[in-house]
Ligand binder design. Structure first.
Ligand code: FAD
Length: 426
C-alpha cells in the first residue's frame, strides 16, 4: 500500500499537543497531517464512534470528489472565497484520490465524471484510516461533548456527566454543519462561537428538498422518481433525476439548484421551477407527435403511447396545466408538447435542515487568517462544513472538507513552529 507522507511537512520538536474537536473527515485528515508532523493529537467527538456522517455518505456510493478540470471544479462553489480556492488548489481532487489510494481505496471515475472508491463504501476506508491514525499515535476521546471554554479559556467538554478541561497547544474545530444532527453534527457550536464574537453566517439547509402542495393524485406517486428530466430555475437548467416525496420534491437535480431555490422561497414565501420531462425530444417533434389524430383513444392512452412518459410524469403534466388554470383536454397537441417541455411546479417551503445533505453558512472566511486560524483566537483553527461555503453534490462537499482540514492542520503546524503556543483566551 502506497503511503501519502505530505512530504513538505518537516517534523516539529517533540511535545507539541493538538486537540481536534469533531471526528468527521475534516477533523480526521487534520489529525493525520498534524500527527505526521510529530504532534501529539487527540480527537474529541460527542458521538460513540467517529465519522458517522462520512459513513452515511457512503450509503448510496461514496462520491469522494469529481474528475472535471480544476477551474470548472472550483466554479461549483459559486462565488468561492480565495481561502477556500487556495486550500483546494493545494489539496486538489488528484491529491484526495492519491490519499484514498494510499488507504487501499483505489478510486474510479463514474460515467458522470464523479469519483468513487472501487468498493463504493466508506466503511473499509474509514476502518483503515482509523488504524493508520492509531499507528500515528492519534488518541480518541469519544462521548466528549465540547461545550465551549472554561473561566481560564481552556476547552471544556462534558463527558460521562463530568466536566473535563483541556489546554492543548493548538485546536482544530471541525464540528461539521447542522444537517442530519442525529449523526453528531448538530450545529450547536454556532452559539458558542457567536458568544465569542466570531461572525457566523446563518446555518441553512442546502442540497435539500422542497415542499409542494401536491394533489391527492400526486400524493399517490410518493417515492416515484422522475428520470432523465431537466429542471430549470431562473437562468439555470440541470439534467438529472427528481423524486416525488410525500411533501414535495427532492433528488439530484433539485439539490443542484437548491441554493437559489431556497433563497427565493425565503424571500418570497414560494417559487416556481419548471421541469422538461423529455429534454432529449425537440419541442417541434413532440408537437408534431401530439398533433396526430388520436382516433378513439382516450387522451390518457394517447399521451402515454405518444410520449412514453410514466404515469407520475403525466400526472405532473396535468397538475401543471391546472396551475396555469387549464385542463389538458382543452389544449391542442402543440400546447401539450410545450407543457411537457416546461411543466411548472410550485414549491412552497424548504425541507428542514435535519434532512438536508449539507449546510450552507458557518464561520465566515473573514474570521480566518491565511492558515485557517481564527484571527481573534490565536492557536484555534477551523475546517470542514462548519465554514461558510456551499456546493452541490458531486464530490464537492468532501473535497472542500478534506482540503480545508489539510489547510487548517498545515496552518496549525506553522503556528506551532513559529509562535509561542497559548490558546487561552482572557
Ligand atoms: C446522506 C448524506 C450523503 C452524503 N453524501 C456525500 C457524498 O457522496 N459526497 C460528498 O462529497 N459529500 C456527501 N455528504 C456530505 C459530507 O458527508 C459532509 O460534507 C462531510 O461529512 C462534512 O465533514 P466534516 O468533517 O466537516 O463534518 P462531519 O462529518 O459532520 O463531522 C463533524 C463531527 O463533529 C462532531 N461534533 C459536532 N458537534 C460536537 C460537539 N459539540 N462536541 C464534540 N463533537 C461534536 C460530530 O459528532 C461529528 O462527528 C453527504 C451527507 C449526507 C448527510
Amino acid at each position: 500500500m502506497q503511503t501519502v507522507t505530505f512530504p513538505e511537512l518537516d517534523r516539529l520538536p517533540e511535545g507539541k499537543t493538538a486537540a481536534i474537536i469533531g471526528g468527521g473527515p475534516a477533523g480526521l485528515i487534520a489529525a493525520e497531517v498534524l500527527a505526521r508532523a510529530g504532534v501529539a493529537v487527540t480527537v474529541y467527538d460527542q458521538m460513540p464512534s467517529l465519522g458517522r456522517k462520512f459513513m452515511m455518505a457512503g450509503r448510496g456510493g461514496l462520491n469522494l470528489t469529481h474528475s472535471e478540470e480544476l477551474s470548472l471544479f472550483l466554479a461549483r462553489y459559486g462565488d468561492i472565497d480565495p481561502l477556500l480556492r487556495k486550500a483546494i488548489e493545494a489539496f486538489p481532487p488528484a491529491a484526495l484520490r492519491a490519499w484514498a489510494d494510499s488507504m487501499g481505496a483505489a478510486t474510479f471515475v463514474g460515467s458522470s465524471g464523479r469519483v468513487f472508491p472501487e468498493t463504493l463504501k466508506t466503511s473499509p476506508l474509514l476502518r483503515t484510516w482509523l488504524l493508520r491514525l492509531g499507528n500515528l499515535g492519534v488518541k480518541t476521546k469519544l462521548r466528549h461533548r465540547w461545550d465551549g471554554f472554561d473561566a481560564d479559556g481552556n476547552l471544556r467538554f462534558a463527558a460521562d456527566g463530568k466536566e473535563v478541561s483541556v489546554a492543548p497547544d493548538v485546536v482544530v474545530l471541525a464540528l461539521g454543519g447542522a444537517s442530519w444532527a442525529k449523526l453528531g453534527s448538530d450545529g450547536k457550536w454556532a452559539d458558542i462561537l457567536a458568544a465569542q464574537k466570531i461572525a457566523i453566517s446563518p446555518l441553512q439547509p442546502t442540497n435539500c428538498g422542497f415542499t409542494a402542495a401536491w394533489s391527492d393524485v400526486l400524493l399517490g406517486f410518493e417515492g416515484t422518481p422522475l428520470k432523465r428530466i431537466s429542471l430549470t430555475f431562473g437562468e439555470r437548467s440541470v439534467r438529472g433525476e427528481a423524486m416525488i416525496t410525500r411533501d414535495g420534491l427532492e433528488g439530484g437535480a433539485v439539490y443542484a439548484l437548491s441554493s437559489p431555490i431556497r433563497d427565493a422561497i425565503l424571500k418570497h414565501g414560494e417559487t416556481t421551477v419548471t421541469i422538461d420531462l423529455l429534454p432529449d425530444v425537440a419541442l417541434a417533434k413532440l408537437g408534431e407527435r401530439l398533433s396526430a389524430a388520436r382516433g378513439k383513444q382516450s387522451l390518457s392512452n394517447f399521451l402515454r403511447k405518444a410520449t412514453h412518459l410514466s404515469p407520475a410524469a403525466l400526472s405532473l403534466v396535468r397538475e401543471g396545466a391546472l396551475i396555469k388554470g387549464l385542463t389538458l383536454a382543452a389544449l391542442n397537441g402543440k400546447d401539450i408538447a410545450a407543457l411537457i417541455k416546461s411543466v411548472p411546479v410550485k414549491l412552497t417551503g424548504v425541507q428542514p435542515i435535519a434532512t438536508a445533505i449539507s449546510t450552507a453558512g458557518g464561520i465566515r472566511f473573514s474570521e480566518l487568517d491565511e492558515g485557517f486560524m481564527l484571527k481573534r483566537y490565536p492557536g484555534i483553527f477551523a475546517a470542514g462544513e462548519m465554514l461558510d461555503w456551499e456546493a452541490p453534490t458531486g464530490g464537492y462537499l468532501l473535497q472542500a472538507t478534506f482540503a480545508t482540514g489539510v489547510a487548517a492542520a498545515r496552518g496549525a503546524i506553522e503556528f506551532l513552529r513559529y509562535s509561542v503556543p497559548d490558546v487561552r483566551k482572557g
